[in-house]
Design a protein around this ligand. Structure first.
Ligand code: SAM
Length: 260
């Protein structure tokens, strides 16, 4: 039936770079370690390059979030057992997944990848594992160590919720149309919920404040909010207030934010 329809044209505005290499697709799906009874959510299934391998797993439930009307319809027709939700993943109520363990996977659209990851890791407390393909540069940020240039606000936030592993690089040649940059696949393994930040709102505020001026010393950035408790924090941690934001560890961002 789909053969009679006009060919779907890739939309740049939706970050539609479709994978055409089956070996890479299989490798990405294997990275989520599919097991029996898994509940898997795929973000941006597109033309089904990863979905094709996901439907072959023993997952007990498979849900796909796709924003493109036409692609959502085609996926729905192709795999009746796949639950296709036609919506913007940025508007998905991630907390609603907190009823049973789940895994999330996706070759994420470049323009919304970081925002989606920011939300997912902090809102889905039943997440078992996530595997996302993102721009290579974003993958470097997600897996950066403190004290390096790649360590940024996204790193500090995500690493308060997950450990991140850079799995492998993916060249532009395996996509159609080809993007201009390299991509990479990252695995996210959540930390125990008891270790998550006590006050995410304060943590997010601090991270945004500090990384907006990442070249300045922390004492300069926090000058207007300085208090005895912050002073004490630096003494207790044995950290100079003159360091730059990228020199704190993820956990230090969280504990410092509680002193604000
Ligand atoms: N998974 C497919 C693959 O690997 O070939 C497609 C990946 S493509 C990089 C990104 C997909 O996400 C596209 O199908 C696009 O329509 C969809 N998409 C873009 N923005 C979205 C959003 N905000 N919410 C849900 N899906 C989105």
């Amino acid at each position: 039936m789909s053969d009679e329809r006009p060919k779907h044209r890739a939309k740049k505005s939706l970050g539609q770079n479709f994978l055409k290499d089956q070996n890479i697709c299989r490798k990405i799906v294997d990275a989520i370690v599919p097991t029996e009874n898994d509940y898997i959510i795929e973000i941006g299934p597109g033309r089904g390059a990863l979905t094709e391998f996901l439907v072959e797993t023993d997952a007990s439930k498979l849900v796909a979030l796709e924003m493109d009307d036409e692609l959502a319809l085609r996926l729905d027709e192709r795999w009746p057992n796949l639950e296709v939700i036609k919506m913007d993943a940025l508007k998905f109520p991630w907390e609603s997944l907190n009823e049973r363990p789940c895994k999330i996977i996706g070759n994420l659209p470049y323009n919304v990848g970081s925002k989606l990851i920011w939300d997912i890791v902090s809102k889905v407390n039943t997440l078992q594992m996530a595997v996302f393909m993102v721009q290579h540069e974003v993958a470097n940020r997600l897996t950066a160590q403190p004290g390096t240039k790649a360590f940024g606000g996204l790193t500090a936030w995500v690493k308060n919720y997950c450990t991140t592993t850079y799995l492998f690089k993916v060249p532009p040649t395996v996509f159609r149309p080809q993007p201009k940059i390299d991509s990479a696949v990252v695995r996210f393994a959540p930390l125990p919920v008891e270790e998550w930040p006590a006050d995410p709102k304060k943590l997010s505020e601090l991270i945004k404040l500090l990384f907006q001026q990442r070249r300045k010393q922390i004492s300069t950035i926090l000058k207007k909010r300085w208090n005895d408790s912050i002073e004490e924090w630096f003494e207790l941690e044995g950290v100079s207030p003159k360091v730059r934001p990228e020199n704190l560890t993820p956990k230090q961002f969280s504990s410092l934010s509680e002193r604000l």
